[in-house]
Design a protein around this ligand. Sequence first.
Ligand code: HAM
Length: 422
Amino acid sequence: MKAPRGTFDILPDRIGRWRRLETVVRGLCARYGYEEIRTPSFEETSLFKRAVGDTTDIVEKQMFTFPTGGETEEEFLTLRPEITAPVIRAMIEHNLLKQRGFWKLFYIGPAFRKERPQKGRFRQFHQFGIEAVGSADPLLDAETIFLFADILRGLGIATFEVRLGTIGCRECRKPFRDAVRDAAKSDEARLCANCRNRLDRNVLRIFDCKEERCREIASGLPKIREFLCRPCRDHDEALKAALGDRVPVRTDDTLVRGLDYYTRTVYEFTSPDLGAQDALGGGGRYDNLVRELGWSEDVPAIGFAAGIERILLAMDAAAPKEDAAARMDFYGVAVKPDQRETVFGIVDGLRRQGLSGTMDFEGRSLKAQMRSANKLGARFAVIVGEDESRRQTVRLKDLRSKDDSSREQEVKIDELAQKLGA
Ligand code: HAM
């Protein structure tokens, strides 16, 4: 049997990289004042329809949706294709905004999209992300971008770029949308069926269409910048001033995101090392979503999510070889089967003093046990033979030392833990 298409197993030889990434994310999120939140892997389907948007590719084509018995809308569940909507749903459900007006939350976990798998694109993938809810300050937009950049740098990824755009607010988007619709209608016959269908429902999705002809038409359509209202323009300028040159930014007013909830700031972090799926992550402001999901008033917010698999690919490109850190403190070795019980006692005692290690459970030869010690990345081999057993000692072999004279020494059992650094 095989793992389902578009999914994968994370085997022990890769787990070190995943853990390192998670440690850096947790550390930097804490440094920036973010608290962790965890939500379920699935939600009511209507949440994503409402938040991400009925006419987006994610909702139209990519959701894993299943009935729970009945046929009504509430009786359908969907594996979360993203985590912003669930986080906002949780904040509303638990009245967090009544406790405090401003929240910084982060998450790490799986998300699911029914896409055609390829390099960097999976059906179950993992995201880490942040949501800062309760402020419209452009300095906050800048701070989220700094945090994303710091995480990448903390992971050794130096070559990335931030594509930064703005898509205006409810006020200025309306005249923009009308202008785009008028212009697109004059080319209606050349649009793909999907875009023709969306002309009246959500014409701005033309900018997200992958069809060559639609992209050509889209490039000639009006641009948002011509329509931005004063407050949106001020916001954009304040953000750019705050960013300074701390991160490599490329302004891109054609940037469209695959989700409908954005207002004003949108951005994507890209890597030149990734090929076609080059977005390490993306995000932006969503000043209307909290209210749309049921809160009594508008609460401005911003966040991003990053694709962990893609960040690992970029880490691999930056540093293909991981430093081999010792994976355990010791490996207990019995010279003869007679000493296995003694070794078992010593191994148990060392663990109880906080050291990590294991021993052979397959009845293997001395040579094979030493091979295992090396393969498992043990720092020391703790070897017990007949003489040592009698003298209440062990031979301690430093598997890292290149110097033969200091490599091996006889150590009393009751001094062993201290020697191993407990
Ligand atoms: P998104 O751009 O849809 O945004 O996804 C964020 C990142 O998730 C992408 O840039 C990519 O790295 C990764 N990703 C998406 N789909 C896949 C896939 N099929 N396989 C592998 N990686 C994938 C969001 O999800 C928004 N919730 C971000 C956000 C948070 N906006 C505001 N707050």
